[in-house]
Unconditional design. Structure first.
Length: 355
């Protein structure tokens, strides 16, 4: 069966012409798919014979809400979506004064092994398809009844480890006949796959690249982020400088503040030294505790911020949203996995209430 929602409109047009259909059908079908149609029968401006042929040859992906948590504090919504093959992924809707942001996953699980992240527990299961990434934006928007203006690829998985799919997703979500979300409203987060960062730079996309740094020295970073052992901090920063020179887009450096691990004055000074002369900014992240991890939130966020600012570094502290729900990436999926084979939807209704 053809995953029709993962096709670009141009590819869809070529395929339809091979089926003897006129090219204008591509726009009609593409628009239906990106409005949330879950069956071809809904596409009422297509002939019945065409709808039947499409149903026989193609599948329309659409996830089910396995679990949904709504923050009473700030309205943040966390979704656990069940995919067609039974695997589950997470998506988070966050409300800001400038609009609504959705944080989406790029893989089922993750193989990067970062010590502070629940997403990596259990390892990587598989890559998501472009349609499964689109669905997170589309069906979050439909379920929540709000318009999505910004996308963050910072959920479960390493986006650059699913490189071709992510590029296809970006093309689809940017299309004017689809969700039409501009590149400058999209952030892509990576743990620092340097070869893939160089490859991404070649496309000169106007998105924001966020590098999950979390430590300015190899000893610390390699302990909490195994990916660093084969790369090293110096190589990572060299790659980031090339990215800026190629794209003209400044990089955001994500830095989860971990008590007694990466929050010393010496580490702040080293971070400032790395960043001197390269446009970018540091986003300090108050750590979300993960039950299986011994790492604890730092008590020195404000001091760390001031020390960087005194050295001319632009710093923000991420606003902590969803504090009363499973805020850390991967926690909701981990809970569902820990409950065994019983479906999470059997235990918590889609509206968030327990049966």
């Amino acid at each position: 069966m053809i995953d029709i929602k993962s096709m670009t409109q141009k590819e869809l047009g070529v395929w339809l012409k091979e089926q003897g259909e006129p090219g204008f059908r591509a726009k009609q079908i593409f628009t239906w798919l990106h409005r949330g149609a879950t069956s071809f029968e809904e596409m009422t401006n297509l002939s019945k014979p065409l709808r039947e042929r499409l149903s026989a040859q193609c599948v329309i992906t659409h996830p089910e809400v396995a679990r949904k948590q709504v923050s009473a504090q700030d309205g943040t919504i966390k979704y656990l979506w069940r995919l067609l093959d039974g695997n589950c992924i997470e998506t988070v809707l966050m409300r800001y004064h400038h609009g609504n942001t959705v944080c989406i996953s790029s893989q089922v699980g993750c193989r990067m092994g970062c010590a502070f992240c629940a997403s990596t527990l259990g390892g990587k299961v598989r890559d998501l398809t472009p349609s499964e990434m689109i669905d997170q934006v589309l069906f979050t928007q439909l379920d929540a009844g709000v318009s999505i203006s910004n996308i963050v690829l910072m959920g479960i998985g390493e986006p650059l480890d699913n490189f071709d799919t992510v590029l296809r997703f970006l093309e689809l979500v940017n299309h004017p006949d689809g969700l039409n979300i501009g590149m400058r409203h999209i952030s892509l987060s990576t743990c620092g796959l340097t070869e893939k960062i160089d490859k991404l730079a070649e496309h000169r996309l106007q998105l924001t690249l966020s590098v999950s740094l979390h430590a300015p020295d190899d000893e610390t970073r390699s302990k909490i982020m195994p990916v660093n052992r084969g790369i090293g901090v110096e190589k990572l920063f060299d790659t980031c400088r090339r990215y800026f020179e190629t794209t003209g887009r400044r990089i955001s450096y994500e830095y989860a503040m971990i008590d007694g691990v990466n929050d010393s004055d010496a580490q702040a000074d080293l971070l400032a030294q790395h960043l001197k002369g390269t446009p970018g900014h540091v986003n300090l992240i108050p750590l979300n505790e993960v039950k299986e991890s011994p790492l604890k939130p730092s008590r020195r966020v404000a001091e760390f911020q001031r020390r960087l600012e005194r050295q001319g570094i632009t710093v923000t502290v991420r606003r902590k949203l969803g504090g009363d729900i499973d805020a850390s990436c991967g926690q909701l999926r981990r809970k569902a996995m820990g409950e065994g084979s019983e479906s999470p939807a059997d235990k918590v209704r889609p509206d968030g209430r327990k049966d």
